[in-house]
Design a protein around this ligand. Structure first.
Ligand SMILES: [Zn+2]
Length: 100
């Protein structure tokens, strides 16, 4: 599919990521296309993301967030910061214990 502008992703329980491309097909028609089967849907009005997620859930059993893909990266960043904080706290505890 040419003219892809967005990717809608969903993750299955086993961690497999499924993706639906969204963009403009021939004649500037908006199209959703699954990368894992031959499913395609022409979009006439809004709800492209919802339709893509619907397909991923029904055909592939994958669940995605209705938010944009960029948010997933932001969530990962928050998770990394949290992990860093835990690591720092563990280090301080270990240091305090080793001083006693
Ligand atoms: Zn599919």
């Amino acid at each position: 599919m040419r003219g892809v502008t967005h990717r809608i992703t969903a993750t299955r329980e086993d961690g497999t990521v499924f993706e639906v491309s969204y963009g403009y097909g021939p004649g500037q028609r908006r199209l959703l296309g699954c990368r894992h089967c031959d499913w395609q849907e022409r979009i006439t009005s809004g709800g492209a993301r919802h339709k893509g997620l619907d397909h991923l859930a029904q055909a592939h059993g994958a669940l995605g967030s209705p938010r944009m893909t960029a948010d997933a990266a932001a969530r990962r960043q928050v998770l990394l910061i949290m992990l860093a904080c835990f690591a720092a706290a563990a280090l301080i505890l270990w240091w305090a214990a080793s001083q006693g």
